[in-house]
Write a new protein. Structure first.
Length: 398
């Protein structure tokens, strides 16, 4: 559990930092793009308005950077080129200028890009003036900004991840100590409780043999049994937190489930409940047989306990591709959809469907989840009408 907590902390921290870096990086890139576009628009607007007024290229103007490289194309109303001025750009040949000029003249857009050129069109009397601005330098600078920003951000994120991995051990250490103390307490208390519970049970047997089936003696035995079950479950949970070694063997899971389900079918019948069992024959599974049996017992026991009188219970086991799907369905008085994710929390009991009168302590499903996860599987609860509950276990077949 501590390893999972550490991994989750690192994952959340890295994802959070990644989101922050992405937002920061996007802000820088978009801001730079906006400023570049704004400057280009300003230069083009200045050049087109100046040329429309004077008919000459700008020799020097405080509003136009001296390093700006541009050329001007002028067309008459018929689309014939009447003037071309390329004195302010050396990288463009006249043939290229004519090609770009005709492309821009035919386009409806008044301001657009053609390769690394940005152009602006304006009407002056019957003439069309098109000013092209060479943006190769700004485009290259923008690309370099993106590359450098991403590289620096990734490097920073890598360093941050390494720091988080190193610091995470110290961060989760108090939780590890608290969990270890809790586990030790539960384990020690559980073993210490075993002796008095055994004595109470033995004494109740003596009283039963002396006074017969007295209601008080029977109640003592019932409560002693409940305490014994709770103690065993607590000890089992504490062992699960110790990363126990599972004895993985191949066993006939179909036969095991059929045997367990049949015993619960007899119990359900005495309570006027109908149990339908559908098990695909000859299925085997590689896992810890004892814990898989415990998983089956927990789910079947819950189904019988929490189904109403004359309720219906369905048990199915089938193979779907590379998975075994084990489902236990039962009708119930009431189950809310928002309660479903909480069913697997330790000591959680829904007020209406899981109360202490039925003998539950909210531990069984937590144990079931731990067993399933130890076998690399998944378990979840679902309800279609809030009047029924289905526990679905998916186990991978190795």
């Amino acid at each position: 559990m501590i390893d999972q907590l550490r991994k989750r902390f690192v994952k959340i921290a890295v994802i959070g930092s990644l989101v922050v870096v992405a937002i920061f990086l996007s802000t820088i890139i978009l801001s730079n793009y906006y400023i570049t576009q704004k400057n280009e628009n300003h230069v083009l607007k200045t050049l087109t308005s100046y040329y429309a007024k004077t008919g000459t290229t700008v020799t020097f103007d405080s509003d136009v950077p001296y390093e700006s490289r541009y050329f001007v194309m002028i067309y008459d109303a018929s689309g014939n080129l009447i003037e071309m001025n390329t004195t302010k750009v050396a990288a463009i040949k006249n043939s290229e200028a004519m090609k770009y000029g005709m492309q821009a003249y035919k386009q409806k857009s008044q301001n657009n890009r053609l390769d690394y050129l940005r152009y602006a069109k304006t009407k002056h009397q019957k003439e069309t003036i098109i000013v092209f601005l060479n943006c190769a330098t700004s485009i290259q600078n923008f690309k370099e900004l993106i590359i450098y920003s991403i590289s620096i951000s990734l490097a920073g994120l890598l360093v941050f991840t390494l720091l988080i991995l190193t610091a995470s051990k110290r961060i989760v250490r108090p939780f590890a100590i608290a969990q270890e103390r809790q586990r030790t307490f539960i384990s020690d208390a559980g073993h210490d409780l075993k002796t008095p519970i055994t004595i109470i049970d033995a004494d109740s047997e003596v009283l039963k043999s002396k006074y017969g089936d007295d209601e008080w003696v029977l109640d003592i035995q019932h409560q002693a049994y409940r305490m014994k079950t709770l103690t065993e479950d607590l000890i089992f949970l504490s062992k699960l937190d110790e990363h126990p070694t599972y004895q993985m063997i191949d066993f006939p899971i179909s036969d095991i489930l059929a045997e367990i389900a049949q015993s619960y079918a007899s119990l359900a019948k005495t309570q006027h409940k109908a149990m339908h069992i559908t098990i695909e024959p000859n299925l085997s599974f590689c896992g810890d047989q004892k814990n898989i049996e415990r998983l089956m017992t927990i789910l079947l026991d819950n189904a019988v306990k929490y189904s109403p009188r004359h309720g219906e219970i369905q048990v199915t086991l089938e193979k779907q591709k590379k998975f075994l799907v084990f489902t236990v369905y039962n009708t119930t008085d009431n189950i809310k959809r928002e309660d479903l994710p909480k069913l697997f929390d330790r000591f959680y009991r829904s007020d209406k469907s899981r109360n202490s009168e039925t003998g539950g302590y909210g531990i069984g499903l937590s144990i079931a989840k731990s067993v399933v996860e130890a076998h690399k599987g998944k378990i979840h609860a679902t309800t279609s009408d809030e009047k029924s509950l289905a526990m679905i276990v998916i186990l991978p077949v190795s």
